[in-house]
Design a protein around this ligand. Structure first.
Ligand code: TLP
Length: 347
C-alpha cells in the first residue's frame, strides 16, 4: 500500500460503517421517508446548532446549493481569492448560481475586515447587490489554517451591520474545532449556514451536510433536487455519516499530531521551505524551489518511494494526514524527502 498523502478524501469507510450501511433502514428520501437520513440530518443540525440540515452528495454540491439558496442571479458574493468555492468548484458560482465573485486576498484564509467592508456594494443602479460573504474553516490553500473565533465574530458583526448572510465552507469544520479545542457551535454561531464534509477525515464514503435556518434548508432542498441530489434510499450511505459524526471526530487529533511531526521533520531538511509552526491541523504545505526541481518532478521522485502527494502550485507540495497514515509512514516520508533533497539540493 502506498503512503497516500494526496488528501483526507482517500480515507475508506471503517468496518463499523460497512456493517451499518448493510443494515441501514431506508426509504425514499425525496419523500422525506428515509429514517436514516432523517436521523443524520437531525444529528447534524444539533451538532452545529442550526434549526435544520440537509444531506448532500458532496462538499461541492453543498456549497453550490448554499450559494443558490442565499442569492439571486446577478448578485455578488464576497470570498477569499483561494477559497474552494471560488477556485475549485469549476466556476459553479458563475454557471449555476449566476452570481459574480468579489474575491479578496486573505492572510491564512482571513480576508482583512476593512477590505470586506469596502467590498460591500452601495445601493446604486450600476452595482450588483452584495448577497453573501463566504468563509472557509479550515482554509485549504493556506495549509489547513484555522480562522480564529475572534475573526469569525468580527466578520459576523460586519455581516449583521450590512444585513448580508455568512456561509461557512466547513469541509474540515471538525479539524478546526479540534484544533481550537472548542465545540463546533462556537464557530457556527457566527454563520447563517454551514457546509461540512462527512467524507474527508471522518472517513464516510461520501456525503456532506448543509445546515441553517428551517426556511433556508427548505429552499436548499429544492435546489438540491434541481442539481440531481435527490438520491432516494440515501440512508445506505447516510448510515456511515452517522458513525462519522458519532465516532470519528475525536480521532482527528491524531492526524494533527502526525502533521506536526511531519512538518517538524521536513523543517530540518536543507532546501525544504516550510512554516512548521503554521501547521495547525492535518495539512502541510511546503516549497521546494531551492531544490531546483518543480512540483511535478518532486512528486515523481516521491512516487519512487511509494509515496503519493499533490502539488499546490508550481513549486509547492501539499501533504494531508488522515486515518490511513501511521507514525511509521510519517518517519518514512521524512526519510524519503531527505533522500530526494540530498540529491537535488543546489542552494
Ligand atoms: N477539497 C479537495 C479538493 O477538491 C481540493 C481536497 O482534496 O482538499 N471545500 C473545501 C475547503 C475542500 O477542501 C473541498 C474538497 C470541498 C469544499 C469540496 O468537497 P467535495 O470533494 O466533497 O466536493
Amino acid at each position: 500500500m502506498p503512503i497516500d498523502l494526496r488528501s483526507d478524501t482517500v480515507t475508506v469507510p471503517t468496518q463499523k460503517m460497512r456493517d451499518a450501511m448493510r443494515d441501514a433502514v431506508v426509504g425514499d428520501d425525496v419523500y422525506g421517508e428515509d429514517p436514516t437520513i432523517n436521523q443524520l440530518e437531525r444529528l447534524a443540525a444539533e451538532i452545529v446548532g442550526k434549526e435544520a440540515a440537509l444531506f448532500v452528495t458532496s462538499g461541492t454540491q453543498g456549497n453550490q446549493v448554499a450559494v443558490l439558496s442565499h442569492t439571486q442571479r446577478g448578485d455578488e458574493v464576497i470570498l477569499e481569492e483561494h477559497s474552494h468555492i471560488f477556485y475549485h468548484e469549476t466556476a459553479g458560482l458563475a454557471t449555476i448560481a449566476g452570481v459574480q465573485a468579489r474575491t479578496i486576498k486573505g492572510v491564512n484564509g482571513q480576508m482583512p475586515i476593512p477590505e470586506i467592508v469596502s467590498a460591500v456594494r452601495e445601493d446604486d443602479v450600476h452595482c450588483p447587490s452584495t448577497a453573501l460573504i463566504c468563509l472557509e474553516n479550515t482554509h485549504g490553500d493556506s495549509g489547513g489554517r484555522i480562522l480564529p473565533l475572534s475573526y469569525m465574530e468580527e466578520v459576523f458583526q460586519v455581516s449583521r451591520q450590512y444585513q448580508i448572510p455568512v456561509h461557512l465552507d466547513g469541509a474540515r469544520l471538525f479539524n478546526a474545532a479540534i484544533g481550537l479545542g472548542v465545540d463546533p457551535k462556537e464557530m457556527t454561531k457566527y454563520t447563517d449556514s454551514v457546509q461540512f464534509c462527512l467524507s474527508k477525515g471522518l472517513s464516510a464514503p461520501m456525503g456532506s451536510i448543509l445546515a441553517g435556518p428551517k426556511e433556508y434548508i427548505k429552499r436548499a432542498r429544492k435546489w438540491r433536487k434541481m442539481l440531481g441530489g435527490g438520491t432516494r434510499q440515501a440512508g445506505i450511505v447516510g448510515a456511515a455519516g452517522i458513525i462519522a459524526l458519532e465516532e470519528m471526530v475525536d480521532r482527528l487529533q491524531e492526524d494533527h499530531i502526525h502533521a506536526k511531526a511531519l512538518a517538524e521533520g521536513l523543517a530540518c531538511i536543507d532546501g525544504i521551505d516550510i512554516d512548521a509552526e503554521g501547521v495547525e491541523t492535518n495539512m502541510i504545505m511546503f516549497f521546494i524551489d531551492k531544490l531546483g526541481v518543480d512540483a511535478g518532478e518532486f512528486i515523481r521522485q516521491l512516487n519512487k518511494f511509494d509515496i503519493l502527494a499533490n502539488p499546490s502550485g508550481p513549486f509547492r507540495i501539499r501533504f494531508v494526514t488522515h486515518r490511513g497514515i501511521t507514525k511509521d509512514d510519517i518517519d518514512r516520508t521524512i526519510e524519503a524527502v531527505k533522500h530526494i533533497a540530498a540529491k537535488k539540493v543546489n542552494i
